[in-house]
Design a protein around this ligand. Structure first.
Ligand code: DCS
Length: 493
């Protein structure tokens, strides 16, 4: 008898109605409606070249550098290739391998393979390979000038896995709130929605280069507590996504003091710590400031191989450092990590190279630093050029990116267009981005996907298209926007 005989309509057991409602309410605009349409257009162009007003789709919706032809760092790929096919290190092959690979890549592959007894396909410790966690601790010490301990480091599948795990352990019920910046990276709202906890938004100050205002933290916390929300933690993204803002050390210190005073756990998302383009606000880690102040604040900070100049986001590597966290909670975090067995091994190996790159005197040092610097200088040029292009246009203004990989320009959408979007039941910024995609093939994310001051409209674009295509990319965007404004400004009169 058919298994669904008790269900004559043939309805599925698992449906939108019966599924976990906490998943249904999650939203993640970075891969939302516009990127989905962009994929359809890509498929159309492949099947019928020339059928659209543009030759290719430019995915500026996601910080995915290698998708836009960023060259991977040679040393990282050499080491991972050798570890992956470790036969190349066998005594009978090593001479041939020496002709192809620099000696420090061979030595690093041998060293790191020893951490896993040669088995890159085997599970590792749940917190990550002990020696790599030691390397991460040394990196943090060198960066900050304060001690770090491998026992406080946990390697994860990208920073996403780390953030999800920490939010998971923080939330004990629907009354719990976590303060998040607006605009924010939607991992935070999505995970809080999944956990059935409350996002408590505070606003970053667009008119002050997206700096964080303690007055607004006070306001947001006061309002949430007055509503009975049990606010437990504060998230800071520095450098900011989608804003590109970098916090000053003085501001970071104020945030630490605020968390001490208000008894909040501090979550510092620092995945863009090497993507800094400002001279005035160099990166300072929250860990450094907590250490310098001797603060008891409970801190989790996050880092990743996805960003910076590494850009190995498909390898899924990252870590969190836990500071001043209760020992028993550390035990529970270990248990949580154990349930997922371990982070993937090549992701861990890439973390190792990020935190422990070739040193002066090593065979690959010059090439490694030259590749890193070329990517950095190019990102910096592209950030500036795109901000200048946005600022040259009517109805548009944009802060420079002090850091990260994105610009978040403000668009003044003509009232006639806002009315049209309302009549279609759409967010005006989402409709604007969809029109941009259909006209130019450029895929960006509407500001509503990150949150914005009500009544303002933005979008987020990466500045990752390759430099040789950048002028075309900017020209395509400018053409669209000027046409859009002249069309709707006309209909306003
Ligand atoms: N934190 C921030 C602020 C991020 O921007 C991202 C990724 C992550 C964490 C998670 O990164 P990994 O899990 O890859 O380490 N940013 C997404 C984005 O906005 N574009 O690309 C991915």
């Amino acid at each position: 008898m058919a298994s669904n005989s008790s269900n004559p309509a043939g309805a599925k057991v698992l449906s939108l109605e019966t599924m976990n409602p906490r998943v249904r309410v999650m939203e993640y605009a970075v891969r939302g409606a516009i990127p989905i349409r962009a994929e359809e257009l890509t498929a159309q162009l492949k099947a019928q070249p020339g059928s659209l007003p543009f030759a290719k789709v430019t995915p500026c919706n996601i910080g995915n550098p290698q998708q836009l032809k960023q060259k991977p760092l040679t040393f990282l790929r050499q080491v991972s290739a050798l570890m992956e096919y470790s036969e190349l290190l066998a005594p009978e092959r090593i001479e041939q391998t020496r002709a192809l690979f620099p000696e420090d890549a061979i030595a690093r592959a041998q060293r790191n393979l020893a951490f896993v007894d040669g088995a890159v396909g085997a599970y590792t410790q749940s917190l990550g390979i002990a020696e790599i966690r030691e390397d991460v601790a040394r990196f943090i010490e060198k960066r900050d000038g304060f001690p770090a301990s491998a026992s406080n480091i946990c390697l994860t599948a990208g920073a996403s896995g780390a953030v999800e795990r920490v939010l998971d352990i923080l939330v004990s019920g629907p009354e719990v709130g976590v303060m998040i910046p607006i605009p924010q990276y939607p991992l935070y709202t999505a995970t809080l929605a999944h956990l059935d906890a409350q996002a408590v938004p505070y606003y970053l100050q667009e008119e002050h280069d997206w700096q964080l205002s303690i007055a607004d933290l006070d306001r947001a916390l006061g309002e949430a507590r007055a509503r009975g929300v049990d606010v437990r933690a504060l998230v800071v993204i520095n450098p900011g996504n989608p804003t590109g803002g970098c916090l000053t050390e003085a501001n970071i210190e104020e945030v630490v003091r605020f968390c001490e005073r208000e008894r909040l756990v501090l979550l510092a998302d620092e995945v863009y710590q090497t993507n800094i383009y400002t001279e005035t606000n160099p990166f300072v880690s929250f860990k450094k400031v907590v250490s310098r102040l001797g603060s008891p604040v409970e801190l989790f900070s996050f880092h990743s191989i996805s960003k910076g100049m590494i850009g190995e986001c498909g390898r899924r590597g990252g870590y969190y450092e836990a500071v001043n966290i209760d020992d028993q909670v550390m035990g529970q975090l270990l248990k949580l990590a154990s349930v997922s067995l371990c982070p993937n091994v090549q992701g861990q190996m890439a973390v190792d190279i990020m935190v422990n790159p070739p040193q002066p005197g090593d065979a690959s040092h010059a090439q490694y630093t030259a590749e890193l610097d070329a990517i950095y200088q190019s990102m910096r040029r592209r950030a500036k050029k795109l901000a200048e292009a946005f600022n040259s246009l009517p109805n548009m203004s944009c802060n420079d990116a002090q850091g990260a990989m994105y610009l978040f320009p403000k668009v003044e959408l003509p009232q006639a267009f806002v009315d049209e979007a309302a009549a279609l039941g759409q967010q005006p910024d989402a409709l604007y981005c969809m029109r941009m995609l259909e006209a130019t093939g450029i895929s960006v994310v509407p500001g509503s996907g990150f949150g914005q001051v009500p009544g303002t409209f933005h979008f987020r674009s990466t500045f990752l298209p390759p430099e040789e295509l950048f002028d075309d990319f900017i020209a395509g965007f400018k053409g669209f926007h000027l046409d859009f404004i002249s069309r709707y400004a006309g209909s306003q009169q």
